[in-house]
Structures are given as C-alpha cells and as structure tokens.
Design a protein around this ligand. Structure first.
Ligand SMILES: Cc1ncc(C[n+]2csc(CCOP(=O)(O)OP(=O)(O)O)c2C)c(N)n1
Length: 292
C-alpha cells in the first residue's frame, strides 16, 4: 500500500501498542516482527486512524489486537479477500495483513495468487515459523521434511513450497524476505512495503521455540544471506534466481523485487470513469462498451 498520501503524525513505536497484552510464548520470533511493525509505522508517521490491520486465524493472526488501529480478525485463510474488499471500499486508508504460513499457504493458498496478480494495494506480512502454532504443532506447507510434528511423527512426506517464487510468479510488485532475529532489517522491509503502491509481500522467517525444534534462531542465522548490493530489484529473472536459493541452499534476505504497475483500485476507478461514474451504470452502456 502507499502511505505517502496519508496524514503524517509524530509517534514513537510504543505509541502503536494497543492495550491488549501480547500472549505469544517467550522466545517466539513474532515479538521481533511485531516490534518491526511498530518501528515501521512510527518511522512512516502513520496515523493509526488511517490504518486497517487485518488477519485470518493463527498465533500470527493475533497481531491486529496488539496494534492501535482499526482491525478485522477474520476467518482462517480469508484475510486476503476481506482485505481486498476493505481496500477497494476505502482506498484512502492503509491496509496491513498479517498471518502465518498455514493461514496463507494452506487454507488461504487459493487467495494469495489473486491478491498478487490483481496488484491489490496492500501490505502482506507473512510470519513463517514452518508449523501451525496456534493448533499446537502440525506440519505446514513450509515445513521441512525433517520436522517431526504431531501430524508427521516420522517426518514429512513432501517438500516445502517456495513462497518467494510463488509470489514473484503470480505478479507481486514488491517482494522481500527477512528473519525475526534481524528486526531492524524487517522494519526497513516493512517500511518499504508500506510505502510501495501495489501488492507488497514481506516474508519473515521466525522461530517457534514451542512446536518447531529444528527451525531455530541458529538455523535461520545460517540460512539467510543478504541480497547482494548489486542486485537489480526491477529484474524479475534475477529476483527468481535469488528466490530459488544458491547452491548451498541459502535463502535471500532483503528486497528482491519492486516494480510499478496500476493497482486494482486504480483499474476499477478507470472503468467506473469510463461508464460515467457509479450513477452512470447502465447495462446497455456496458454492453456497448464490451462490443468489439
Ligand atoms: C476453517 C478452519 N480450519 C481450521 C482451523 C484451525 N486452525 C486455527 S489456526 C490454524 C493454523 C495456524 O497456523 P499458521 O497460520 O501457520 O499460524 P501460527 O499459529 O503458526 O502463527 C488452524 C489449522 C480454523 N480455525 N478454521
């Protein structure tokens, strides 16, 4: 989403904390991600009366409770469609979606491509802990086969999906990746995402010390490598190459891709103008327009 046109305020990160206590486990990486969001909002000067925080269901999806903003805690996997509707109804507001790997890529997996390809003007921060946390530890689409979870006591039978490749393939116009153990980098990436006009996707690796005993802080520290300084963020092929990971399997950390493209609300507004405004909706006129 682009917050550039919004009314600016001068607030500290702590001013974005709501009165609701954060209930995540001690040591959970989500605390770091939440702090990155507070920091990004403060640095951007977002007025919380212009912010809609929207989520599905999961530990990560509790985030809107902890942010001072308007908010919707929706159905499991359905944050995307609700956020799309909210953004189209109020394109003057900033929309921030937060959720987990299960919410976004299992039950919500059918919605992610469409937010990307339609270039819905919102920011999606996906907290990837490689497990379903809220429901106490089931294998997710980003789990590594080595993970022994309640639903896969002998390890998993399949390979994890590659969320960055998925988002790039479907046309997301801002794609970045961070790690909860590097909150300053996450804050920068979230800030860039919120400044971007269009569908901005920030994937953040996070440890879940309670249910995922293999994707630890140490594992992620070894896994991630900074995006090279000379990477061209407008080059889709180069971004995909980074997303595919290097020969040693390292995952890129930083901004992979950013391009400008008309957003869904802009394209719809152009159609409304073409038919003469909402009052001008006339089925015969629309049929005329559709004639070759
Ligand atoms: C329709 C529906 N199916 C299943 C559930 C149970 N459920 C709640 S959260 C969740 C998975 C959450 O995992 P993830 O999105 O990775 O979030 P995390 O808790 O790890 O942050 C599931 C399966 C539900 N609430 N609704």
């Amino acid at each position: 989403m682009s917050v550039a046109a919004l009314h600016k305020v001068d607030l500290k990160p702590k001013d974005y904390k709501s009165e609701v206590s954060v209930v995540w486990c001690p040591g959970c990486g989500y605390h770091g991600i939440l702090n990155s969001i507070y920091r990004a909002l403060s640095e951007l000067g977002v007025d919380y009366s212009n912010l809609m925080a929207i989520s599905g269901i999961g530990c990560s999806s509790r985030t809107p409770y902890f942010i001072k903003s308007y908010k919707m805690h929706t159905l499991h996997g359905r944050a995307g469609p609700v956020a799309t509707g909210a953004q189209l109804a109020r394109p003057d507001l900033a929309v921030l979606v937060t959720g987990g790997d299960g919410d976004g890529y299992s039950i919500g997996g059918g919605h992610m491509p469409h937010m990307a390809r339609k270039n819905v003007n919102l920011t999606y921060v996906l907290y990837d802990n490689g497990i379903y946390g809220l429901t106490k530890g089931q294998y997710s689409p980003t789990s590594r086969p080595e993970l022994k979870a309640y639903t896969t006591p002998y390890g998993g039978p399949d390979e994890p999906l590659n969320p960055l490749l998925y988002m790039l393939t479907y046309g997301a116009t801002y794609v970045a990746q961070g790690f909860a153990g590097k909150p300053q980098i996450c804050a920068e990436l979230i800030k860039g995402a919120m400044e971007h006009k269009g569908f901005s996707y920030v994937h953040i690796f996070s440890q879940c010390p309670t249910y995922n005993n293999i994707d630890t802080v140490e594992f992620y520290r070894e896994l991630v490598r900074d995006v090279p300084a000379d990477h061209d963020t407008s080059n889709l092929g180069a971004a995909m190459e980074l997303a595919r990971r290097d020969a040693e399997g390292h995952a890129p950390m930083g901004l992979l891709y950013k391009i400008d493209k008309p957003t869904l609300d802009e394209r719809l507004a152009a159609i409304v103008t073409k038919v003469g405004g909402h009052a001008g909706y006339d089925i015969n006129k629309i049929i005329d327009l559709a004639r070759p």
